[in-house]
Design a protein. Sequence first.
Length: 68
Amino acid sequence: HMKELERKNKELQKLVDEKNTNLLIKNRDLEIETSLERVRALALNMRKSDDLFNVCETLFSEPGAWIC
């Protein structure tokens, strides 16, 4: 009986670990999407060439903007 409980516990822990990993990945994807949206919004609102500096500055400061 104890072996069965241990087996089920391991199965549940594996499922929890998988769900946690999936949530971490989705969270990172959302961070990247948010960062890129900020950069995009700045780029679309550029009115003069000096605004390009602000876009570049934001691009390099956003945590999720540079993903390879």
